[in-house]
Design a protein. Structure first.
Length: 98
C-alpha cells in the first residue's frame, strides 16, 4: 500500500505558550516595532510568530519569557541573543524537494 504525502501549511490558531508569551512581550514593549528593535529582529518575523505560522526560535522565545517575567525590557533578556543572531545569519534553508 502506498501513501501519498500531503504537503499543507499548518497554521496554529490556538493560543500556544509561544503566542501568549509573545503577546505579553509586545504589550510590555509598547508594540511590535519597539519589541523588534529591542530583539534586533524584523517586525515581519514577529508577525509570522504572532500569526502562528512559525514559533519563534528558542533564544528569542526565552528572551520574551525574561521580558514577561520581569515585566519590562531587561538586559537579562538579551544575554543569549548575540549568539543566536550569528547562528541565524549562517543558516541556509533546505532546498524544496517537490
Amino acid at each position: 500500500m502506498q501513501h501519498e504525502t500531503i504537503r499543507t501549511l499548518v497554521v496554529r490558531k490556538e493560543h500556544t505558550v509561544y503566542r501568549r508569551t509573545l503577546a505579553r512581550a509586545i504589550e510590555i514593549a509598547g508594540g511590535v516595532e519597539p519589541l523588534a528593535l529591542f530583539l534586533a529582529c524584523s517586525p515581519s518575523e514577529i508577525a509570522r510568530w504572532t500569526s502562528g505560522e512559525f514559533n519563534p526560535p528558542m533564544p528569542f522565545f526565552l528572551a520574551m519569557v525574561d521580558i514577561a517575567a520581569a515585566n519590562e525590557l531587561t538586559a537579562t533578556a538579551l544575554e543569549n541573543l548575540p549568539a543566536a543572531r550569528a547562528r541565524r545569519s549562517t543558516w541556509i534553508p533546505a532546498r524544496d524537494s517537490r
